[in-house]
Each structure stands twice: as structure tokens, then as C-alpha cells.
Design a protein around this ligand. Sequence first.
Ligand SMILES: [Zn+2]
Length: 331
Amino acid sequence: MMNLIDMHCDTIGRLMDAPTEESLAENSLCIDLDGMRRAGTLAQFFACFVNAMAFENEDVHKARPKEISSEAWERAYQAVLAMTDRIEQELNEMIRVALSAEEISKNCRDGVISAVKTVEEGGIINGKLSRIDTLYKAGVRLITLTWNHPNCLGYPNSRERSIMEKGLTSLGCQTVERMNELGMIVDVSHLSDGGFWDCIRISKAPVCASHSNARALCSHPRNLSDYMIRALAEKGGVAGLNFYPAFLTGTDEAVLDDIARHAVYMIQCGGEDVIAIGTDFDGFDNKGRDKWIGHVREMGLVWEAMKNRGITERQLDKIMSGNALRVMREA
Ligand SMILES: [Zn+2]
């Protein structure tokens, strides 16, 4: 049965850097076609992610400037467009791009996995709101407004309170409005708390935190406070459980039960409609742990761990795909 929607992975970025023989069909990464088939993947969101700082000229890069230059943002934008093309190149009879929840269902009826294009780093619009439309036309259906750098839309999560409290810029607010009009999902993962609350206030559609966990269990600024989980839930949004140990336990180590623990907590906090999956596969080093999931083909281990914590079949259905599908439909 096809019943998994993973709202975040970094596999496409890894493939861009990998040797040419690596493909989505066959690779040494955490997500490949056979693994998705075995996991029962209904839709995989593929993030076109850029660290814009890495696009600075080398001398600037070494100096670690506070602000990223316009030239670097332009190069990062081009890199994202190349990644959206790369997704197209990886398609075959087993996997197609989906532009809507309806297309996901249609692909499913055809026995085909859906690929959903997303962008992680909204700063690549570099002041140009029209680029949101360009990205939409390229098939992008979700944008993570910031990564870990300040950008033209807002500020990133931070342990520094003065940054964490900062909200969206006026362009950031306009971007949320434009994304609402187009039907793109606004993703608040990585965003400052101030930016999060602006999105909750401004967005007309449900908002998602595609790959963030519960701050009460793991006090990392990338995770969501109880208030934030409840606000997401009240807006009909979701938080995708992130498998990165640093966001589960705050250390390099985690076990399957840590994923289940965060799931149970989020249900207690925001209800069973707020939780989804955002593995972050290929966004962190995922090898060599015991009692852990090293590859998408092993997703069954995660569901077992959740059942062991008392999560019901109905809740599991919602976590696996039901809640993410709802957010796509209502975007
Ligand atoms: Zn991320």
C-alpha cells in the first residue's frame, strides 16, 4: 500500500554533488526508488536546498560576512533552478512530479510514486517577488522561507534572543500572501520564532513546519515550542517529524523510540491532526547507529516504534500521509 508522505529530504542536493553514476534510481544515499517502493511512499518532497554562503567568492567566504552578497544569492537561485531540473531528469515510469494533492492521488491509482518539488531557502528570490511565480511555474509547491541565514524574507532560528524575536520583512509578508494566492505551502522550519508568529497571523492557508520536532523534549531553536505546535494545529497545519538526532535528543545519538516519543508528545500537545513526517534524510549523517533507521526502506521500524508507544492505526494513517495531504489540499 502507498501511504507515506515525507515532507523533507535533501537527496537531490546530494545527487548534484555525487559521482555521475549515482541517480535517484540507484545511489548510496538514504532515499532511492526501490527503498521508496518498499516503504510504500505515496509522495516524497524533494528539497532544492542551497547554503547561499557557499556561493560567495572564496575570499569573501573565508571572511564569513554577516550578510550574503546579492551575487551569491543570484548564484544560489541558479543552483536551485538547476536542482528543479535535476528532479525532472530523475523521473521514470516509477515516479512522477505531482503539482497537487489530486495529482498525488492520481499517480497513486497508477501505482506511481509522486515527487513534490520544494525550495529550502526563500532568500534566493533576492528581493524579486516575481520569482515566487517563476518557482511555481517550475513546479515548486512548498518554500521554506529561510535556512540558517538572515535573508530578504526574514531571520533564521537562533539561540540569540534578539534574532529569534525578529519577524518577517515586509517582502516576507508579501511572499506569504503571494504563496497563498498561488496555492504554495508556507514552510516555517528554520524560521525565527518571530517569523513563525507572523506566518501564523498572515497566512490564509494552513502553515507547515516540514521538518521540526518538539522543543519541550529537545531544547533546540530549530524545534517548536508547545505554543507553536498548538498554533500550527489551530491553523490546520502540520509539523513533520525530523529524524536528525540533534533535533530529537540534542546529541549525536538517537534511537527509534526517540522519534516515537516526539510523536506522542506532539499529539498530546496539538492533537493527532498536527503531525506528519519530514525525515531530513540525506540532510545529516545517518550511518552506524543501532536501533535506528538508516534508509527509507526501513520506515516500518518507525511505525513499529510508534505502535509500541500506543499510537493507534488511525493516528498512524494521519502521521504517514493523511495530515500532509490535507495541508496540500488546503494550501
Ligand atoms: Zn533543513
